[in-house]
Design a protein around this ligand. Structure first.
Ligand SMILES: [Zn+2]
Ligand SMILES: [Zn+2]
Length: 504
């Protein structure tokens, strides 16, 4: 090896940068190998239980260790050709990220990752050019013996020793991590950290059919510091906590109607709001007539549990007067289809009638705060009152069912003799909104952003999104987002933009 003696200062700097990049990939590779799920969370990759964790460990761990190997090989030998390998991988990673952004729109996390990848690409490409100029076209080919040199063997042994040491210290590392992870989640004040404005979080973007990615309908609306919840479908309360939205801070729940997929977690939400905040009065639950029956039923079902909690934790921690819910039914005035139900702390919430026949009454809600507006449709077919309320809104959170896909499921159920399922599939197509109709409403009402939720049927793969949207983009040119659990859309006060991020 004589390359070292001829090295120019520029070459030295770039080789150093490549070496540092290699060490960065090495740290990522070791991290993914040893702590696959923690790194998966940081990189927004959701592991699906044990198999997913192992997939992340091997795929991401292997990828980054491989990239690290070639960077370090380039840095130590000064051979520019080796850098082509991590550069090709980086280009492919960037291509994948751009495809994702094109399909789902940019997110702050995605843009941050893209920036890091572009910086690494510039470093590696620049280094490759500098090293290539330094060595001219006479770069010698690498001999196998060089690969097995003392340097590489020692390097590999060090990496293996680090990996082995970390695996053997799993228990110690685990205990050390517990406090840090717990402190991070317990100290989290997602609501307090949000800028002033209107914020919409999806704690449940699914519908009644089981969907591993989606809880049943639940929309968190944060206006300033006031936290409201529209509907509380099954599993949504846990999702809310996973999103680090404190149920103890919920000011009121607004029910759109009383189908089970919209009320299943009401008891859990009432309970967690009580125990999570030592609240001294029951949770207010607004809804059209019928809300009294629902709230009375949940209060009764949870009455024994409430007694146990007081006995166990004491009335100071869980004041008995704060248990359960208090129904706040509202009625529209004759001839009217809308009613302002809350006007407090700068937030105006208007309930309006929608058409979910034979379910009557069924309503949606419009939130206005400091010039920003959000409309939550509830379950409905397209109707005039929805159009009126959505007029010029910043964001329409619209339920959606794709009849073309549900039709396939219905025919399949019919074919295999599941007649009940086939009948229900046929019926539900009558009282929901297709993505195409949602787009038409958004266009006609002049809505700035359309967020589809209450996704039916479940979409088990992300590349079904285009099929779900059908021809919606033909009818509405604004941004359309297909809702996912954890999604947060932020509408800062006094501005026009809508920012997208994820709380999961
Ligand atoms: Zn419904
Ligand atoms: Zn529903």
């Amino acid at each position: 090896m004589t390359t070292t003696s001829r090295m120019s200062p520029t070459e030295t700097v770039f080789r150093l940068l490549v070496g540092l990049t290699g060490l960065f990939f090495l740290a990522l590779g070791i991290g993914f190998m040893v702590f696959p799920d923690i790194f998966a969370v940081v990189f927004s990759v959701e592991p699906a239980y044990g198999l997913g964790v192992n997939g992340i460990r091997s795929d991401f761990g292997g990828l980054f260790l491989g990239m690290s190997f070639f960077c370090l090989l380039g840095a130590t030998t000064g051979r520019y050709r080796w850098l082509a390998v991590p550069i090709i991988f980086l280009l492919l990673i960037i291509a994948g990220r751009l495809i994702g952004m094109g399909l789902d729109g940019p997110s702050s996390e995605g843009v941050r990752s893209l920036l890091v990848e572009l910086i690494l690409l510039v470093i590696l490409t620049g280094s490759m050019v500098v090293l290539a100029q330094g060595s001219g076209s006479n770069e010698k080919s690498l001999k196998i013996s060089e690969l097995l040199s003392l340097k590489t063997v020692v390097g590999a042994a060090v990496v293996i020793a680090i990996l082995g040491g970390l695996f053997l210290s799993q228990k110690k590392i685990g205990m050390a991590l517990v406090e840090r992870i717990a402190a991070r989640s317990m100290n989290a004040d997602v609501i307090g950290d949000l800028p002033d404005g209107l914020h919409v979080g999806l704690c449940g973007s699914g519908a009644p059919l089981p969907d591993p990615r989606r809880a049943s309908p639940c929309v968190a609306v944060i206006a300033g510091r006031s936290f409201y919840v529209v509907d509380a479908g099954p599993s949504s309360e846990r999702k809310m906590e996973l999103m680090r939205l404190n149920p103890g801070m919920v000011r009121a729940v607004l029910l759109t109607h009383f189908h089970s997929d919209h009320i299943g977690d009401l008891g859990e939400l009432m309970l967690k709001r009580w125990t999570g905040g030592s609240n001294k009065s029951p949770l207010e639950i607004f809804g059209p007539p019928g809300v009294e029956t629902v709230v009375t039923g949940f209060n009764l079902a949870y009455s024994l549990d409430s007694e146990y909690r007081v006995l166990h934790h004491g009335p100071k921690t869980v004041p008995p007067a704060g248990a359960g819910g208090l129904a706040r039914p509202f009625h529209f005035f004759p001839g009217k289809t809308e009613l302002v139900i809350i006007d407090a702390d700068g937030v105006r919430i208007t309930a309006f009638q929608v058409d979910h026949a034979p379910v009557k009454p069924a309503v949606g809600y419009r939130f206005d705060y400091k010039g920003r507006s959000v409309v939550v449709s509830g379950d409905t077919i397209p109707c005039q009152s929805l159009l009126d309320q959505a007029r010029d809104a910043d964001l329409l959170v619209q339920e959606a069912l794709q009849p073309a896909i549900v039709g396939i499921l219905r025919d399949l159920a019919q074919k295999i003799g599941r007649h009940n399922t086939a009948k229900i599939m046929g019926d539900i197509m009558q009282y929901h909104t297709s993505p195409e109709d949602a787009a038409k409403i958004a266009k006609e009402a002049g809505v700035r952003h359309l967020l589809l939720t209450h996704i039916m049927p479940p979409l088990p793969a992300s590349n079904l999104k285009a099929a779900f949207l059908g021809d919606a983009r033909k009818f509405y040119q604004g941004p359309i987002t297909i809702g996912e659990d954890g999604l947060l859309l932020s509408l800062p006060a006094g501005e026009k933009q809508i920012l997208k991020s994820s709380l999961l």
